[in-house]
Each structure stands twice: as structure tokens, then as C-alpha cells.
Design a protein around this ligand. Structure first.
Ligand SMILES: [Zn+2]
Length: 66
């Protein structure tokens, strides 16, 4: 058990679906710096790029509630 009261450090990345401390928020979603770098470095004809796009679609598919 942790002695610190905070139950969560970081957020769940929408791409790798792991809890990461560092990243950027896009609307209500979170993208970690590792995935951000990966996406930038991935060629658009790379099969991985499709996967990333698929994951990133979660951002726009969700309604932004006010
Ligand atoms: Zn990630």
C-alpha cells in the first residue's frame, strides 16, 4: 500500500492504454509522450500508423460535453 493519498499518478493513454505520467490532453483524452513521439516518427504507409489513427479516433468519436 502506498502512503500517499493520491490513488492515481498520471492518466491512461488512449493509444498504449497504459498509465503514464507524462503526456498531453486532447479534449477529454490523454496521449502519453511516448506514443506522441511514436506517431510522429511513424511513416503514414506503416501499418502501425493505421493503428494509431484508429486509437486517436476515440478522441473525435466522443461527444464533448459541456
Ligand atoms: Zn501511450
Amino acid at each position: 500500500m502506498s502512503s500517499t493519498a493520491n490513488h492515481s499518478v498520471g492518466e491512461i493513454c488512449i493509444v498504449c492504454e497504459q498509465r503514464k505520467e507524462k503526456g498531453i490532453r486532447i479534449y477529454t483524452q490523454f496521449l502519453c509522450v511516448d506514443c506522441e513521439k511514436e506517431i510522429i516518427q511513424t511513416e503514414t504507409d506503416d501499418p502501425k500508423y493505421r493503428f494509431y489513427l484508429q486509437q486517436l479516433k476515440k478522441i473525435t468519436n466522443r461527444e464533448i460535453y459541456s
